[in-house]
Ligand binder design. Structure first.
Ligand code: SAM
Length: 381
């Protein structure tokens, strides 16, 4: 969940916001219906109204979207904005949208359920011939020198005073992280990793391979990735090193050790982003070819965020098709609450029953009501 300060930082990113404003200015007319997915505090919804949209549906599960109710009223758009505090895959609308605007990316476009959410919205909420903003993203990859970030991250986990801490390094080496590189940190021109056309994507996984020629000798610490976006034709921005510092930055896929590169070497990569359980499983293979050829001097790394998830084996086991789940004590209490709701009981009645049947778990009515409220938040309208 983002904080209000996070949303403020997003709004303060002028490159991003001005580009979205220009894109909306170009595609919104007085007859346009807009769906703002991931509305946050509603900045895109307000812009769409400013450019004349007939109706805007602001869809956002965070309570931050309630600020839009006030902002819409104060800006004079209350009659045109409908606020839906939900995830997009949970809403149905009375009409289809001419424009769906969103920014559901993280540092890179593969982020949580982004692609699945856009495909779902495109299929269910967008009118035939309607537009998605952004229209396309292109992701680039280049070998990067990032000594300070690499060392700073690893420093706390060096063995010291007889304590062996290095097991954490395995996790760090399997965790890509946000980084802000300078153009001179890139050791060669970038290669294209992926093109994402939001009107066309059908698969939620992304895989791409390529090769970067090393143009400048230096010590590399991994692969740097960033994206350029086309919001609508002619309205674009980039998060490449050296462009104005926006909210995104770049993503660094670290190598387990620094590698000295010479001009004429090449770095072949194969990077995959597989959505699993609401998150992205990243796998990146790097092959450092001396003089550009594949021979005995080639260094290979195969890394994956699978190794950074300390609890994954258990959660993977529970996802297996053959797994038969049983309710935990918390699950049993949850079921009682849901049954109470289905039977038409009030929050007070359900909480009182919980207090009576689980005195070891709930100490007060407040405590029990809090538990009921959490389930209501998730499962009730
Ligand atoms: C990066 S913020 C963008 C906020 C705002 N639109 C802006 O551009 O400043 C992304 C927002 O999308 C929301 N979000 C993510 N997936 C969503 C979905 N499927 N439906 C609705 N909101 C979603 C998140 O809660 C978050 O508030």
């Amino acid at each position: 969940m983002y904080s209000l300060d996070n949303y403020g930082t997003m709004i303060a990113d002028r490159v991003r916001l001005d580009a979205h404003a220009e894109a909306l200015r170009r595609v919104v007319t007085p007859s346009t219906v807009v769906v703002d997915i991931g509305a946050g505090t509603g900045i895109m919804s307000l812009l769409a109204c400013k450019f004349g949209a007939r109706r805007v549906y602001a869809v956002e599960p965070s309570p931050a979207v309630q600020l839009l109710v006030e902002a819409a009223r104060d800006s004079g758009y209350a009659d045109r904005i409908v606020v839906l505090q939900r995830r997009s895959n949970e809403v149905t609308l009375p009409e289809r949208a001419d424009v769906i605007v969103s920014d559901l990316r993280g540092v890179l476009p593969p982020f949580r359920t982004h692609f699945a959410d856009i495909v779902d919205a495109r299929e269910r909420l967008l009118a035939k011939g309607g537009r998605l903003v952004p229209a396309t993203d292109t992701v680039w990859i280049a070998p990067v020198s990032a000594q300070e970030a690499f060392e700073e991250r690893r420093r706390p986990w060096q063995d010291r005073d007889g304590l062996v801490l290095r097991s954490a390094l395995r996790v760090l080496d399997s965790s890509p992280f946000k980084h802000r590189a300078r153009p001179e940190d890139l050791l060669g021109p970038a290669a294209r990793w992926a093109d994402i056309d939001y009107q066309r994507i059908t698969s939620f996984a992304l895989r791409g391979a390529g090769s970067c020629n090393v143009a400048r000798a230096g010590t590399a610490h991994g692969l740097l990735a960033w994206f350029d976006t086309v919001l609508v034709e002619g309205v674009e921005y980039s998060n490449a090193p050296g462009t104005v510092d926006g909210i995104y930055g770049q993503f660094l896929f670290p190598w387990p050790e620094p590698i000295s590169l010479q001009e004429g070497d090449s770095v072949a990569f194969d990077v995959r982003a597989d959505p699993i359980g609401g998150d992205i499983l990243w796998t990146w293979t790097s092959e450092i070819r001396r003089g550009g050829s594949l021979d005995a001097g080639t260094t290979r790394f195969r890394q994956s965020t699978l190794n950074s998830r300390l609890t994954l084996p258990d959660s993977l086991r529970k996802r297996a098709e053959s797994f038969t789940p049983t309710l935990s004590p918390a699950g049993i209490r949850g079921l009682e609450v849901l049954e109470g709701i289905r039977a038409g009981k009030t929050v007070g009645e359900i909480a009182a029953r919980l207090l009576e049947t689980h005195p070891d778990r709930f100490r007060s009515m407040d405590d029990a009501q809090g538990f009921v409220a959490e389930l209501i938040e998730h499962f009730c309208v």
